[in-house]
Design a protein around this ligand. Structure first.
Ligand SMILES: Cc1cc2nc3c(=O)[nH]c(=O)nc-3n(C[C@H](O)[C@H](O)[C@H](O)COP(=O)(O)OP(=O)(O)OC[C@H]3O[C@@H](n4cnc5c(N)ncnc54)[C@H](O)[C@@H]3O)c2cc1C
Length: 385
């Protein structure tokens, strides 16, 4: 089967699955800020969340382009992949830098859906975007590391068995390099909860299951260190490109949802005796959104192609996330405007998707930080921070 035929089949299968989770399902969860357990279970059962796990570990062994198609279709169907997208991108750190023993221990049960790796603990309240100044420490004590500190915005921590944690193992001033001294661990939260790990939910403007996490003498077996001590920042960075590409794909899906919804409504809604979509003042913002979405989509595909060819894709992954997040947010705004008052009514799902897609110009990396990456690393401008 040609790759595009395979991707078309994946898209169709995801759409079929998502059809069982219509707007009412998401609205009810949104009201309660409840986790979409049934949706995540269905995606897991269908093997979609194991897309990037190689077949030798029981996964589907698919490409980044396939993962992009999966995430995009979830969003374009009106569902919310944020409930589970992390499993796709955190995997990269374990796959590329984990030991053979760690991969054999964790990947098969993750692929079977018995273990969830959905939590990614990087951001801290005081360090924010400046990851290198994070303060959570992991100190070696015999066969363990003892972790103390705090993370914030650790999404899905209540719905995950494992967390990928970035902590400082060597004081900043003693580290060999500017980026050295940080290490990555797999934390088994099932064992750690109540033994030094506390998770507290944070209520946000959308249903995102995000939390703050506190570590107080939490013991992590030294076997759970990924790769070499002190090199964690490098390992995490390699996974961030995957995260940016997949989040960009979700934004493309959101933009498609808003554009389709707006075009359909503009064709049906009759005011002053004609469909509102007959007015160019209504048509043009929809057309503009479509053009922006298609341009961003090209960059997402370019970034995914580079990623799966094992080539450097930092600039493309950042630009894809930036363009796609801007396109989805603009499409969301356009969709509300096209619907007039009905854009605000819960039952149209627009206000919910509007709130959900707003996140992506801030997280996983905010617009300014993408711009400074391009300015510094692509254009050679002086470093600003
Ligand atoms: C709902 C949600 C879920 C999240 N999930 C996770 C998760 O699962 N795991 C995780 O680790 N993190 C997660 N995050 C954190 C997210 O990655 C950060 O919020 C994001 O990277 C921005 O960091 P900050 O909030 O600390 O903002 P800050 O770093 O405090 O920045 C605030 C503003 O200042 C700007 N700014 C800062 N420094 C500069 C500069 N030098 N030049 C120009 N502008 C600058 C930023 O662009 C931003 O607009 C999540 C966040 C949210 C809101």
């Amino acid at each position: 089967m040609s790759e595009s035929a395979e991707l078309a089949q994946i898209r169709q299968a995801v759409r079929g699955l998502c059809a069982d989770f219509p707007g009412e399902y998401w609205r009810a969860l949104d009201r309660e800020r409840a986790y979409p357990d049934e949706f995540v279970a269905a995606l897991t059962k269908a093997g979609f969340l194991a897309a990037l796990i190689p077949e030798e570990y029981g996964g589907s062994g698919l490409t980044m382009s396939a993962a992009v198609a999966i995430m995009e279709e979830i969003q374009a169907s009106g569902c919310n992949g944020a409930a589970c997208h992390a499993q796709m991108y955190t995997m990269g750190t374990l796959l590329r830098h984990g030991s053979a023993e760690q991969k054999a221990r964790y990947l098969p049960p993750i692929a079977r859906g018995e273990l969830r790796l959905q939590a990614f603990g990087v951001t801290e309240p005081t360090s924010g975007t400046d990851t290198l100044s994070l303060r959570t420490t992991a100190m070696r004590d015999g066969a363990h590391y003892v972790v103390n500190g705090q993370k914030i915005w650790t999404s899905r921590a209540e719905h995950s068995d494992l967390m990928l944690l970035l902590a400082r193992t060597t004081a900043r001033e003693q580290a060999k390099s500017r980026t050295g001294g940080l290490s990555v661990f797999i934390v088994d939260m099932r064992q750690a909860k109540g033994h030094g790990l506390t998770v507290r939910p944070i209520r946000t403007m959308m249903n995102h299951a995000t939390t703050e996490v506190f570590f107080e003498d939490m013991r992590v077996p030294a076997d759970n260190l990924i790769g070499n001590e002190g090199e964690g920042f490098r390992y995490i960075l390699s996974g961030l490109n995957a995260e940016r590409i997949l989040v960009a794909a979700e934004c493309i899906g959101d933009a498609k949802w808003f554009i389709n919804k707006a075009a359909a409504y503009a064709g049906e809604r009759v005011v002053f005796g004609r469909p509102i979509g007959q007015n160019q003042g209504v048509q043009f913002p929809i057309a503009r959104s479509y053009i922006a979405m298609r341009a961003a989509e090209l960059m997402v595909h370019e970034a995914a192609a580079l990623y799966e060819a094992g080539k450097e894709c930092g600039a493309e992954a950042n630009m894809a996330k930036h363009l796609a997040a801007e396109a989805s947010w603009a499409a969301a705004d356009m969709c509300v405007q096209t619907h007039g008052g009905f854009g605000f009514a819960e039952e149209f799902d627009i206000e919910r998707k509007f709130r959900e897609t707003r996140l992506y110009t801030v997280a996983p990396i905010s617009t300014n930080l993408v711009l400074s990456y391009i300015a510094e690393h692509v254009l050679g401008l002086p470093r600003s921070y």
